[in-house]
Design a protein around this ligand. Structure first.
Ligand SMILES: Nc1ncnc2c1ncn2[C@@H]1O[C@H](COP(=O)(O)OP(=O)(O)OP(=O)(O)O)[C@@H](O)[C@H]1O
Ligand SMILES: [Mg+2]
Length: 1061
């Protein structure tokens, strides 16, 4: 009924989600069922057949809720590719077919996102695939976590620790060719981003007995074979080794050297490279292989011979070589191997060991050497991958511990290994089955109790501090007296006889007295995984795990640094007499601390199952698998899973995580957390059957519901992220806008400033330009004349000037002579200078006249003045005048020399004689002509008779009224006398003078000088003359004369007609 309910529910869910799920989800194309919770009918058988069905179709992984059941395929599978990793990355567990990657991804995301430390517990028997699973987990994490130089280095170091530890700690067993002979728990540490920072490896109990002895068909630890096969010849020679493993007793006695498909040679190189990557120094690598070589060679030391040789003081070659490798005196080693020193009451007693004891000592030394080397390697790796700094880290632990072992001959090691597995099963039960059921009861959730086997009773049988097997063993080891494995067994027979899981032939009241399968020297424990018969031989010794002090002291003397460091207790200066804890106690302590550690983390499980005992692919042995299914408690696991709830969450945490999904609870829920979760769930589209409310937690029935919730949360987170993003973007944009606005204001302000400046500059330039233009215009205006427009004028002017200048300059050379009489003048060169030319001509003439004048003597000047005066008086008025111009007014025309009378007359003159001439005087009455001497002095005009030189008339110049002359070419000179004067008695005088012009001029000048009045000179052809009382009109006529130049005068009364020629 319950089953159908589940199937129905799952199918509904799957159908509901089908549209959202990618192809290949848990339910798609599944062979059998991917999750055993869905199995129907549910039984151990059906589980096995479902696993078989899936296994045959290469589906090696199957879920039980969040537990992965893994079947070893014993063949390489195409499901570990990078594409697969990418597929499983960040996807929900149930979205894809079951895979180890899915559970790893779940754990990693929970670590990264929810800050929960994780551990992945890989359990299963030897050869079931635990180590492979742990490597897949590590490689998946390496692939999905962050990248970067430092992170990649850490990843590499963590990954490379595997080949090193496998080489030294793994060996071929009958069950597994690469069986882990030690337990390994690795804590990988991450930072808050989920990037690996480093890690810590804890190793548990190496099966060191394997160094000296292996079961049939098994090998020693891989490193021995790797070294011999892979070391170069030089190294082998240095280590004094030969290549052939058969030459070494620790390797050859079970006749198993090679493993099929295993390349020891390549592995040696890989190990060396891995050590280099981790950070081992070359010297450290070298010392490690030297130590391995020492162990190998020690195994070959034949102690029977050694003792013989020692007595002969001669040691075997092998021993010498080992001593050499260790850096020890050979005798020291020999002594340590063959003798034993015991201290008794302060005395040191040395006893020689017999051969068996010496062999035991040698084997003990070899086991110790190798075991300590292994621990040193782990320590050294830890040193490299250690996380520095104090930052908070998240941890993911991966536990890969040796699987449950049932051999034919099981010894102390198997006992310890199986105890460890028993404890891990306990953890599993604690965390999944019991704790789950207990919690339901605690929380008041309705629950149908599921019966399951709780192996606590077996753990108690082994580890009980009072009556536990390990306590008994310790007791026996510490007990004084004769102690042996059989005394130990006896003790067990006594103490554990009543225990339901302990069986022994010799138990008191034993039911097994007749059980032939149980030898006398054995005891049997009914483990959770089956019955295991342990042979007690070696239990005491192995538990004691003591190394003779002689050996550790010898090792401390070694010069090989590593060997010396591995045996600090050999230092004689710090003797520690305190007995070290037994191997069993040590193991118990470390296992309980491991369990404690695991219980503090969020566990994930990988339950490895071995499909067959022959390491064969595709072979499924139902019986074997059934057995594992049984002891792993898978059926109970499924039952609990089905009946219970897949997930639970304390109310506070649940509310905190999912409150964002409801408006009623987001962003704040003020009330009680439980009420908050109830309100929240009520608002979500999840069926109420899917969850239940406990006292402090909510229980979610189905993983899908949880994933649904997670999806809702993821979507809501995305929405919120979008809102935050939106607000942030808005804020960014606003800020950007404000910044831009500010910038814009600044820019526009600057721009405005700039443009204004530019404008101003332009305006200024324009103003300057305009001003310049105006000034220019003004200047041009002013200087327009100088402009081209005026050029022609200018040029014309210039040319004109030039012409004028050249005209003037030229004129200079063609000027006429300096004579004022020279009337020549150059022709005017062009009309323009016509007036100038004329003016110049005039000027020139004036100038040369002036020059001429300036050169004149006063006499000449006086003459010219006279001439000038004459000109003024007569020029143009009298026809005769032009003829007189060229004639000098000599004044004295009368010859003076021979005529004494004349001389006398002239000498009698009271003042200076100015003019003298022999003139013709016209008779007033008849007009006849008489000759007279006319003398003109400064004050008088004197008329004298030429013959007698008597003065006829004397006329004072002041009495001269005026003078009249005709216009004609004659010498008529009429002297008008002032009426009333003495001279006026006879009336006016009419003369004919040859020099009439000169006479009139001189008279004019003399009267001017004398009386300062201008003499009136009338020029007319009709002259009124006063002859005594008669006024006679003298008419001058021009006509041809017969008597030369003298005029012909005819008086008719008052008219005197004068004809002149
Ligand atoms: N997923 C796998 N794919 C292919 N082969 C596998 C796978 N898992 C395991 N094997 C094979 O099985 C062998 C044994 O596996 P592994 O060494 O992991 O077993 P184990 O559980 O660690 O055993 P032990 O307890 O002895 O160490 C491997 O060497 C490998 O050949
Ligand atoms: Mg392993």
């Amino acid at each position: 009924m319950v089953t159908w309910f589940y199937i129905h529910k799952y199918l509904l869910l799957s159908l509901g989600c089908a549209a959202m799920e990618p192809a290949g989800s848990l339910l798609d194309n599944a062979v059998g069922v991917g999750d055993l919770v869905l199995l129907d009918p549910l039984s151990e058988k059906s589980i096995v057949s479902n696993l078989q069905q899936r296994f045959q179709h290469d589906f090696i992984y199957t879920y039980i809720g969040n537990v992965v059941v893994s079947l070893n395929p014993y063949k390489s599978m195409p499901i570990y590719t990078p594409a697969k990793i990418e597929q499983y990355r960040n996807s929900n567990m149930f979205e894809l077919p079951p895979h180890i990657y899915a559970i790893t991804d779940e754990a990693y995301r929970s670590l990264r996102d929810q800050d929960k430390n994780q551990c992945i517990l890989i359990t299963g028997e030897s050869g079931a695939g635990k180590t492979e699973a742990s490597k897949l987990i590590m490689s998946y994490i390496a692939a999905v976590c962050g990248k970067g130089q430092e992170v990649n280095k850490v990843k590499e170091q963590l990954l490379q620790s595997n080949p090193v530890l496998e080489a030294f700690g793994n060996a071929k067993t009958v069950r597994n060719d690469n069986s882990s002979r030690f337990g390994k728990y690795m804590d990988i540490e991450f930072d808050f981003k989920g990037d690996p920072l480093g890690g810590v490896i804890t190793n548990y109990l190496l099966e060191k007995s394997r160094v000296v002895n292996q079961a049939k068909g098994e090998r020693n630890f891989h490193i021995f074979y790797h070294l011999l096969a892979g070391a170069p010849a030089g190294l082998l020679a240095d280590l004094k080794l030969v290549k052939d493993p058969n030459k070494y007793k620790f390797l050859n006695h079970k006749n198993c050297i090679h493993i099929e498909g295993n390349n020891d040679e390549a592995n040696f190189i890989a190990v060396q490279q891995a050590m280099e990557v981790i950070g081992f120094a070359a010297s450290e690598i070298r010392e490690s292989v030297e130590l391995v070589a020492c162990v190998l060679k020690l195994g070959n030391v034949e102690l029977s011979k050694v003792q013989e040789e020692e007595s002969q003081q001669q040691n075997s070659m092998e021993l010498l070589e080992v001593s050499d490798l260790m850096g020890l005196e050979d005798m020291v080693l020999v002594k340590a191997l063959t003798t034993r020193t015991v201290e008794a009451r302060g005395d040191r007693v040395s006893t020689t060991l017999n051969i068996a004891q010496a062999c035991y000592a040698r084997d003990a030394l070899c086991k110790n050497l190798y075991c300590r080397l292994f621990s040193w390697l782990v320590h050294r790796i830890n040193k490299s991958i250690k996380v520095h700094g104090e930052s908070r880290r998240k941890v993911m632990g991966v536990l890969d511990i040796y699987g449950f072992e049932i051999f034919e001959d099981n010894s102390f090691e198997q006992f310890i290994i199986n105890y460890c597995n028993e404890k891990l099963q306990q953890v599993f039960i604690e965390l999944t089955l019991k704790e789950e059921q207990d919690e339901y009861i605690r929380e008041g959730i309705e629950w149908i109790h599921i019966e399951y086997f709780n192996n606590a009773i077996i753990c108690d049988l082994i580890e009980n501090t009072q009556k536990g097997i390990l306590a008994m063993l310790d007791e026996e080891c510490l007990r004084p007296g004769i102690v042996s494995d059989s005394t130990f067994l006896q003790k067990l027979n006594n103490v554990c006889a009543q225990h339901s899981h302990f069986q022994s032939r010799l138990c008191t009241n034993s039911k097994f007295l007749s059980d032939m399968s149980l030898p006398h020297d054995c005891f049997r424990i009914q483990h959770y995984a089956g019955k295991v018969t342990y042979n007690v031989e070696g239990f005491v010794d192995k538990n004691n795990d003591l190394l003779f002090r002689d050996l550790s002291q010898a090792m401390f003397l070694a010069k090989q640094v590593l060997i010396r460091n591995l045996f600090p207790e050999g230092d004689p200066t710090c003797l520690n007499l305190k007995r070290p804890p037994t191997a069993g106690t040590q193991f118990r302590t470390s296992v309980s601390s491991l369990v404690k550690n695991l219980l503090n983390k969020n566990p994930s499980y990988i339950r490895c199952i071995k499909p067959n005992d022959h390491k064969l692919p595709c072979v499924f042995t139902e019986e074997l698998v059934g057995h594992q299914v049984r002891y792993l408690g898978l059926l109970e696991n499924v039952l609990v899973r089905r009946a219970g709830y897949a997930f639970r969450h304390p109310y506070e945490q649940c509310l905190q995580r999912y409150k964002i999904l409801s408006h009623k609870t987001w962003p704040h829920w003020r009330g009680d957390a439980r009420a908050g979760v109830e309100t929240l769930m009520a608002t979500l589209p999840i069926s109420p059957e899917e969850y239940a409310f406990g006292r402090s937690k909510i229980f979610i029935r189905n993983p899908r519901t949880l994933f649904h919730l997670e999806d809702l949360r993821k979507n809501r987170m995305e929405d919120l992220a979008t809102i935050i993003q939106k607000i942030f973007r808005g804020w960014c944009c606003r800020r950007r806008y404000q910044d831009m606005r500010k910038s814009q204001i600044i820019i526009s302000c600057r721009y405005r400033g700039f443009s204004q400046k530019k404008r101003y500059i332009r305006k200024r330039q324009a103003a300057i330009l305009i001003a310049a233009f105006v000034r220019g215009w003004r200047v041009r205006k002013e200087y327009r004349k100088f402009f081209r427009a005026n050029a022609s004028k200018k040029i014309a002017e210039y040319i004109l000037q030039w012409k004028l200048r050249s005209y003037l300059l030229r004129l200079r050379y063609i000027l006429p002579g300096m004579s004022p009489l020279d009337n020549t003048w150059p022709l005017v060169p062009f009309r323009l200078v016509q007036s100038t030319h004329e003016e110049l001509c005039k000027m020139y003439h004036d100038w040369r006249c002036r020059v001429y004048r300036s050169k004149m003597t006063p006499t000449q000047k006086a003459i010219f003045e006279e001439k000038l005066c004459a000109s003024e008086l007569f020029k143009g008025k009298k026809d005769i005048y032009p003829e007189t111009v060229a004639k000098t007014f000599v004044g004295l025309h009368l010859e003076q020399g021979p005529n004494a009378k004349h001389q006398k007359l002239l000498g009698s003159l009271p003042d200076k004689l100015i003019f003298s001439e022999l003139v013709h005087k016209i008779h007033r009455a008849n007009g006849k002509v008489v000759t007279r001497i006319l003398l003109l002095t400064k004050a008088n005009m004197i008329l004298a008779d030429p013959k007698s030189a008597h003065i006829k008339s004397r006329i004072a110049l002041g009495e001269v009224q005026r003078v009249s002359l005709s216009t004609l070419h004659d010498g008529i000179f009429v002297l008008h006398i002032k009426q009333g004067s003495s001279a006026a008695l006879k009336g006016d005088f009419v003369f004919v003078s040859e020099w009439v012009i000169e006479l009139a001029t001189k008279l004019f000048r003399l009267i001017m000088d004398c009386t300062n009045t201008k003499l009136e000179i009338s020029i007319s052809n009709s002259i009124s003359v006063q002859f005594k009382a008669d006024e006679v009109n003298m008419q001058l006529v021009q006509a041809e004369q017969k008597n030369g130049n003298l005029p012909v005068c005819k008086r008719k009364n008052r008219i005197l007609e004068v004809t002149v020629s």
